[in-house]
Design a protein around this ligand. Structure first.
Ligand code: SF4
Length: 499
């Protein structure tokens, strides 16, 4: 594509009226830097009684105010931190039980018009091989993901470029949902395709909504305006801070009510980021009636030919990263928390009991990498945005989770039954969704074990399923007969039965 055509496309991306309509009456944004600076001024640590009051609010599954979150950030006492970690784990259990939802990232394009200083795919990085998958290549990727690895849920990742604009995203979703692959006992298919892409206009988002996308993810990267301006050149689309911070408002207005937010930790002071993200959560509750469906926690990782990530000023240590996850669990108790394979196996093990609800595995972030070379993992750095920390297979990770008492859920029933947006959030807040989800987790885990598990993982997983079935028989006697009937049909090779 010619440079002038690309520039023209870039110049038409931002609809100013789809920013202005969401500003405060005085023209201000929902992230108030002065208020956050005030909250971050040095102050004494809160008394234990006050901390427990805030924890009780979190345990009632209500989002915390920014000042409550700031108080928790000031806790220094290690015993109080242990209490906070325990509450974070209890909240996760109350809302999501012992389920871990799994997914895989699918990178469809590595062409991007932006120039984010920290990103391996920035336009000026000549060290990266660029491509945009054809529909046939997407089909091959999905066949590998759904037919060999057994994934049912994807996060589809697109660079911001005219060759991967909304029409391409829509077509790729249709291609993805159409793939059905025979497996050992049944068939594999992708049942929920989440989209991680650039902010869009409302009309474009309506197109994606009609295509049946799952969650729409846009990470703010940093809410710190000055840092944002330094890292995202002004002559790029991404250089427009406001276009990005109101993208979830536009998604909601387009009918997309499952939205995923996130900060790229390492770009600015994490204390500021968490408080600003909380302003975003509360603004979404105010404007949309619901907060984010998920929060993600990418941390800066090495990327080819990207000096910025080698020694960033705001690098987040492992201990601080653990605090970020615990504070997020407490601050937004109903939301899903995603820790990806950017993190090492040791870090993911450490975070698992602290409120995490979703993790990926068998991940490959090279464009076209799942189907390449007979399905072997392709982690060459010149093909990808950054380098992964956890290259383990889904089979290995699922076995580890099962040994820790966690059931892997491939459930995608919620959005197909209309349990999205405010409906799902209300169910999560009251713990009612957990009842459907546990049943669907058992059914989808059984499917995966029968179709894809190694003998070792099948043995550990089946023992867990047997325990879960016994628990449901005891605790949900009304639902159990239907569950058992579905379970028996799945064991006989039927697929995709859900509540
Ligand atoms: S972070 Fe995203 S928008 Fe920025 S250069 Fe990388 S792919 Fe493009």
């Amino acid at each position: 594509m010619e440079a002038t055509a690309i520039r023209k496309w870039m110049d038409e991306r931002i609809a100013q009226d789809e920013i202005d309509r969401y500003l405060r009456p005085d023209g201000a944004d929902y992230v108030n830097d002065a208020e956050i600076a005030e909250l971050l001024k040095p102050q004494p640590a809160p008394e234990a009684g006050r901390v427990r009051e805030i924890l009780a609010k979190a345990e009632s599954i209500v989002a915390l105010s920014q000042s409550e979150l700031a108080e928790l950030m000031r806790v220094e006492d290690s015993e109080l931190w242990e209490e906070m970690k325990a509450v974070a784990g209890r909240i996760k259990h109350k809302v999501y039980d012992n389920r871990i939802v799994t997914f895989a990232p699918l990178y469809l394009s590595s062409k991007c018009v932006n120039n984010c200083v920290y990103c391996g795919l920035r336009a000026s990085n000549g060290a990266v091989v660029r491509r945009v998958l054809s529909q046939a290549e997407i089909e091959a990727e999905v066949r590998a993901l759904a037919g060999q690895l057994g994934h049912k849920r994807l996060v589809m990742v697109y660079g911001e470029h005219p060759e991967s604009g909304v029409d391409y995203i829509a077509e790729s979703l249709a291609t993805t949902y159409a793939v059905k692959v025979p497996t050992r006992r049944g068939f594999g298919q992708i049942r929920r395709a989440n989209v991680n892409a650039a902010p869009m206009k409302i009309d474009e988002l309506k197109v994606l909504h009609r295509c049946g996308l799952g969650t729409f993810q846009v990470f703010q990267e940093t809410y710190d305006r000055r840092q944002y301006a330094r890292l995202h050149p002004a002559n790029t689309i991404k250089g427009n801070f406001r276009w990005r911070i109101y993208c979830m408002h536009r998604a909601q207005d387009a009918g997309i009510d499952d939205n995923g937010c996130g900060v790229l930790y390492g770009l600015s002071d994490w204390h500021f980021e968490l408080l600003a993200q909380q302003a975003h959560v509360l603004e979404m509750e105010r404007y949309c009636g619901i907060g984010p469906h998920t929060l993600s926690f990418p941390r800066l990782e090495p990327a080819v030919n990207t000096p910025f990530v080698e020694n960033p000023r705001w690098k987040v240590s492992d201990d601080d990263f653990e605090k970020i996850v615990v504070l997020s669990r407490l601050a937004v108790p109903y939301t899903g928390l995603i820790i990806t394979a950017r993190e090492s196996p040791a870090m993911r093990r450490r975070l698992l009991p602290l409120g995490v609800t979703q993790m990926d595995a068998s991940s490959n972030i090279g464009v076209g990498a799942y189907a390449a070379e007979g399905g072997q993992q392709d982690q060459r750095s010149e093909r990808q945005q950054f380098e992964l920390g956890d290259p383990r297979s889904l089979d290995e990770v699922i076995r580890e989770w099962a040994e820790a008492g966690c059931i892997t859920s491939f459930c995608t029933a919620g959005y197909r039954c209309g349990r999205t947006g405010k409906c799902i959030m209300d169910l999560l807040r009251t713990g009612a969704e957990g009842k459907f989800c546990k049943l669907n987790a058992i059914l989808t885990f059984k499917e995966w074990l029968d179709d894809f598990a190694s003998p070792e993982t099948a043995a550990v997983g089946q023992a867990l399923i047997d325990q879960e079935l016994a628990q449901v028989a005891k605790r949900q006697p009304v639902a159990y007969p239907q569950l058992k009937a579905y379970y028996d049909r799945i064991a006989a090779g039927e697929r995709d039965l859900y509540f």
